[in-house]
Ligand binder design. Structure first.
Ligand SMILES: [Zn+2]
Length: 220
């Protein structure tokens, strides 16, 4: 059948028209899909931002067992410091003379760091630091006490916790971040980190290492 050009033209136009409608539908669909995706992205961003905000609030872990060099059980006490950005700790005797670790703002730091601080502060009780005269801040003796406490914390985490080495390495990352924020120089960060990593490789238990320290100090 021979079609006349007018009819052909009309058919072509009709096809164009149908195609343009189809194209419009595609575009509308695409737009709707895009709009949906954008909404989804915005939702995820908002949700993540909220999660990040909330991630500053961490559940507080239960403390490790801690016995000082005199065989006394060390207590742990949580203290919420509103102005503190991250967790920290302090080992001392309370007003009643009981050995205690104060845990400051633990809810502001991840579990790995909470663990490390617990073990580190406990180590100050285990080594007898708490009952010995406190060496001047940043003196070689003070730095030595800190290195020893870090080392005992490292060995205990490695040996007493499930996946302890992983948790320890995570805590070191958190610790370095916090120290950097406070303004400690890189040299301090690096020496603390390398001491911890060296201790991690020690072929001794925390108890053996601790016994050596106590004997050296004449406490055992
Ligand atoms: Zn310390």
């Amino acid at each position: 059948m021979k079609s006349d050009p007018k009819t052909e033209y009309k058919l072509l136009k009709a096809r164009d028209y149908l195609e343009s409608i189809a194209e419009m539908k595609r575009r509308t669909t695409l737009f709707l899909v895009c709009a949906f995706e954008i909404a989804l992205i915005l939702f995820v961003v908002a949700w993540t931002a909220r999660a990040n905000n909330e991630s500053q609030k961490h559940a507080i872990i239960s403390p490790p067992s801690c016995i000082n060099n005199l065989g006394e059980t060390v207590k742990f006490k949580n203290l919420n410091i509103k102005s503190a950005n991250s967790a920290s700790g302090m080992a001392k005797r309370d007003e009643a003379g009981e050995p205690i670790v104060y845990r400051f703002a633990y809810q502001n730091s991840p579990h790995a760091l909470q663990r490390f601080i617990d073990f580190h502060e406990c180590a100050h009780h285990q080594t007898g630091d708490v009952d010995l005269p406190h060496p001047p801040r940043n003196s070689p003796d003070h730095m030595m006490n800190e290195s020893i406490a870090d080392c005992i914390a490292t060995l205990r985490m490695r040996d007493e916790l499930d996946k302890g080495s992983e948790i320890l390495l995570q805590s070191v990352i958190n610790l370095m971040d916090d120290m950097r924020k406070v303004g400690f120089p890189d040299s301090t960060l690096n020496s603390r980190k390398s001491n911890i990593l060296n201790c991690l490789e020690k072929q001794v238990t925390a108890q053996t290492f601790l016994d050596g320290i106590l004997r050296y100090r004449g406490l055992k």
